[in-house]
Design a protein around this ligand. Structure first.
Ligand SMILES: O=C(O)CCC(=O)C(=O)O
Length: 257
């Protein structure tokens, strides 16, 4: 019998609200290890080529530096990551949340550098994705630094997972981040200690403020969905930037505005 991480109440909360907080998915010692790997990506000691891009291009004020650093598929470059505690525990939790057929679809790093002051605009992940027949999905957002209102912790709109996907458009530059109409008044913000995380569904509306502090806001994100749906995506050439980095479009045409 596999270890269970969640109570029935936690699973019910995730289903009703579209997000869930899981504290201490990794220990303080593990946080330090992940931070050191993460810094090797940020400093380009690990070169990821076109898998690195500026999610805040056209949104933040910098023309010379990344406004929001996004690195797709870190586990393609540091293969042991998938066997390490974060990937393993998050996978087990995703199976409790969306079903035993859950597998990792992709992983990514999103860092907001000191004083980068760039929001991640309101969106629903489904608007970025292929319109797969089985919509079960869980994204795990792990804080490696304390995540606060001022450095860009996540905001979620409770219950948005149970409603429609809102019309999406490019928030800034063509080909850049997507957005839809939503406001902070609808949402709740989730501050996290390093080593704690949230899970959210593909349809849950979310956003984060810019980082107005003097330290990094490093997040390590894993996305899970049914194995059969990962196969469905790959058969159609959709791999979340593994082989087509920078190709950011409204993939789900139904939600174009
Ligand atoms: O880290 C952020 O600011 C946004 C993350 C996000 O949109 C996601 O994990 O789906």
């Amino acid at each position: 019998m596999e270890r269970s991480y969640l109570s029935a109440d936690q699973v019910a909360f995730f289903n009703a609200n579209g997000y869930l907080i899981v504290e201490n998915i990794i220990t303080p010692e593990e946080v330090e290890h992940y931070k050191s790997i993460y810094n090797d990506f940020l400093s380009e000691k690990i070169d990821v080529g076109a898998n690195r891009s500026d999610l805040g291009d056209g949104l933040g004020s910098s023309k010379t530096k990344e406004n929001i650093t996004q690195i797709m598929w870190p586990s393609d470059f540091v293969e042991e990551l998938v066997h390490m505690p974060y990937h393993q525990r998050a996978l087990a939790i995703s199976r409790e949340l969306i079903g035993e057929d859950s597998e990792m679809d992709f992983d990514m790093l999103i860092n907001k550098a000191p004083y980068s002051n760039t929001i991640t605009p309101w969106h629903q992940d489904e608007a970025y994705w292929l319109n797969v027949p089985d919509k079960r999905a869980a994204s795990c957002w792990l804080a490696l630094d304390e995540a606060t209102l001022d450095n860009g912790c996540m905001w979620f709109v409770p219950g948005s997972n149970l409603k429609e996907v809102r019309p999406h458009r490019f928030a800034g530059k063509e080909g850049g981040a997507l957005t839809c109409d939503a406001t902070e008044d609808e949402g709740v913000y989730i501050e996290l200690k390093p080593g704690s995380c949230t899970f959210h569904q593909g349809r849950t509306l979310h956003y984060s403020r810019g980082n107005s502090t003097g330290t990094n806001r490093r997040a390590f994100i894993l996305n899970f969905r049914p194995a059969e749906m990962i196969r469905y995506e790959r058969e159609r050439g959709f791999d979340h930037g593994k082989n087509n980095a920078g190709d950011r479009k409204v993939k789900n045409d139904d939600f174009k505005s």
